[in-house]
Design a protein around this ligand. Structure first.
Ligand SMILES: NC(=O)c1ccc[n+]([C@@H]2O[C@H](COP(=O)([O-])OP(=O)(O)OC[C@H]3O[C@@H](n4cnc5c(N)ncnc54)[C@H](OP(=O)(O)O)[C@@H]3O)[C@@H](O)[C@H]2O)c1
Length: 267
């Protein structure tokens, strides 16, 4: 995408959530919807990855962004994909989808709860034993947001910094932040050894990281994502001679989950 030539739009044209609450008086943003890479340079069917090219992805349960990332790497010709989520059955079903797209891709899966160190150690060992290298690690898992109902019955995030249960706060931290930290630590040596590849780590953060209100997510979710942004900076700075580490926010992506509120007028 040529950003110089991208269609810039005025914030005043955006839906109220973005215009009034998130961006404030920021002047311009890029085009509202980059919803699909179809047909463009970033369309995975138009990307030809070198061989070998091995990707490990956390949080590839049966739905969500992690699954799409895996299928996109399959389309782009990755030679190896290691899937993982807490449910082995989910990971297996995604593995079948990957195989259907790219039969020559070696796809493996491992049940891994990133908040459990022994699971993360097993994931890293599986990657080394099965593929002997790692080119890209994607840390995608998250503790799902919990929504309550407001007085009109509309779904809302827990509103106040003191409204969340201690248990929820610790879970968000263990899954989002600490799970990613732990997986980075265990996968880093293999990435460092894969010198003829991109040696890249990608953390799924969120726009909500920069937002001190709970309109988009609970305080614990938002703060765990803020910490992930800084974690990416630390890893990138410390290992920059060989490894790239970035945190990205994916925008607002509709996932296949009826419990997550979605308003097409807002997003
Ligand atoms: N969707 C959006 O609009 C949006 C916006 C901003 C940021 N993001 C970020 O993008 C990423 C993907 O979001 P999504 O919307 O696709 O979420 P999602 O559908 O809830 O997917 C999260 C995945 O994480 C897995 N998971 C949950 N806890 C885990 C744990 N302890 N260990 C390992 N895996 C675990 C789940 O699978 P199992 O249950 O099988 O383990 C699930 O597949 C997240 O990091 C999210 O914060 C999403």
């Amino acid at each position: 995408m040529d950003l110089q030539r991208a269609e810039w739009i005025n914030v005043s044209d955006l839906p109220p959530l973005f215009r009034d609450e998130i961006l404030g008086s920021a002047a311009y943003v890029t085009k509202r919807y980059f919803r699909s890479a179809k047909g463009g340079q970033l369309d995975p069917v138009n990307v030809k990855l070198p061989i070998p090219f091995v990707v490990a992805i956390t949080g590839t349960g049966q739905r969500g962004i992690g699954v799409s990332i895996a299928l996109s790497y399959a389309q782009a010709g990755a030679s190896g994909i290691l899937l993982s989520s807490r449910s082995e059955a989910s990971a297996r079903s995604v593995a079948e989808q990957v195989k259907a797209i790219n039969p020559s891709c070696r796809v493996e899966y491992e049940a891994c709860d990133v908040s459990k160190e022994e699971d993360v150690i097993r994931l890293a060992s599986r990657c080394r034993a099965s593929f002997g290298r790692l080119d890209v690690a994607v840390f995608n898992q998250c503790e799902p947001l919990r929504y309550e109902k407001d007085t009109d019955g509309n779904p809302v995030s827990p509103s106040g910094i003191c409204d969340e249960l201690e248990e929820e706060i610790m879970k968000a931290w263990a899954t989002n932040y600490h799970g990613t930290y732990s997986a980075i630590k265990k996968l880093l040596p293999l990435i460092q050894q894969s010198t003829n590849g991109p040696q890249t780590m990608i953390i799924l953060s969120s726009l909500a990281a920069n937002y001190p209100y709970s309109t988009m997510g609970s305080p614990s979710y938002n703060m765990s994502k803020l910490a992930l942004n800084r974690l990416a900076e630390y890893v990138d700075a410390e290992f920059k001679s060989d490894v790239v580490c970035i945190a990205i926010h994916p925008g607002a992506i509709k996932i296949n989950d009826e419990t997550v509120p979605w308003d097409d007028g807002k997003f």
